[in-house]
Design a protein. Structure first.
Length: 121
């Protein structure tokens, strides 16, 4: 079964549920492409900063998010800007941790003709 997602929260839930196929709608698709396109060295740098923000956000129920975001400057540079990092944090929070982002990077990605992206396990 294929799951279609439009938001970071929906994508986080689909990753947490280990869906086999996920169709990512247009606006979010561009951010997913950037996350997946990040090289291994840049990803290693970014995931640490993202983990700090995710931990702060989860631990505070969302109230401590700004404190966790201080560490995201290097992550933003590594994976394509603040909007992509904010999406990565939101996906990880929705899925319950940064492991979801690592699993996202393992999916095979196909760009669909209408601007969406298909992710397959």
């Amino acid at each position: 079964m294929t799951t279609t997602v439009r938001t970071e929260k929906e994508l986080g839930a689909a990753l947490k549920a280990e869906e086999d196929e996920i169709v990512v709608e247009i606006e979010l698709a561009g951010k997913v492409i950037r996350i997946k396109a990040t090289g291994n060295i840049a990803w290693t740098l970014a995931i640490g900063a993202i983990a700090v923000a995710v931990t702060a956000t989860i631990a505070s129920g969302g109230v401590g998010a700004p404190a966790g975001l201080v560490a995201l400057g290097p992550a933003a540079l590594a994976i394509g800007g603040p909007a992509v990092v904010a999406s990565a944090v939101s996906i990880a929070v929705a899925a319950g941790g940064v492991g979801a982002l690592n699993s996202l990077r393992k999916y095979k990605m196909t760009k669909l003709s209408d601007g969406r992206v298909l992710l397959k396990r």
